[in-house]
Design a protein around this ligand. Structure first.
Ligand code: DAT
Ligand code: MG
Length: 152
């Protein structure tokens, strides 16, 4: 895949949806120059969320995390572009909003680590796994953005 074709999985968590931050978060990825290639709103099942967070299954906060993520709909998205995974994480800020700089999504819009409004893949490998968990291949689209040559 071309360097500009790296994909990351981003999900607006139930608190982000309930607090009316969907548009604001999508806007940040859009104006940055990333390309939206998949999006759906879903009230994810407990099983699905346990799979998504399988790496954290032994952590003390795991049950609360799954129940929070299952408390309402999330907006699941795939964003594409050069360094989309790493840059996406920078745009999110730190896991703990208290440690996130102003200007990041978590730095600007939330306070508590257990209500940090957004998920973003932490590596290209986990991005590929997460995309496969949340989307069928035919739900992702391939298209050329008219802005491509103005961004790269
Ligand atoms: P991130 O979401 O930044 O990738 P992570 O993968 O380590 O962070 O953890 C997944 C989510 O679990 C995180 O967004 C919020 C929750 N979480 C992490 N550490 C926590 C903690 N110490 N207490 C409560 N919730 C925590
Ligand atoms: Mg993580």
């Amino acid at each position: 895949m071309a360097a500009n074709g790296e994909r990351t999985f981003i999900a607006i968590k139930p608190d982000g949806v309930q607090r009316g931050l969907v548009g604001e978060i999508i806007k940040r990825f859009e104006v940055k120059g990333f390309k939206l290639v998949g999006m759906r709103m879903i009230h994810a099942s407990v099983d699905h969320l346990k799979q998504h967070y399988a790496d954290l299954k032994d952590r003390p906060f795991f049950a609360d995390l799954v129940s929070y993520m299952n408390s309402g709909p999330v907006v699941a998205m795939v964003w594409e572009g050069k360094n989309a995974v790493k840059t996406g994480r920078v745009m999110l800020g730190e896991t703990d909003p208290a440690k996130s700089n102003p200007g990041t999504i978590r730095g600007d819009f939330c306070i508590d680590v257990g209500r940090n409004i957004i998920h973003g893949s932490d590596s290209v490998d986990s991005a590929n796994q997460e995309i496969a968990l949340w989307f069928k291949p035919e739900e992702l689209v391939s298209y050329t953005s008219c802005a491509h040559s103005w961004i790269y």
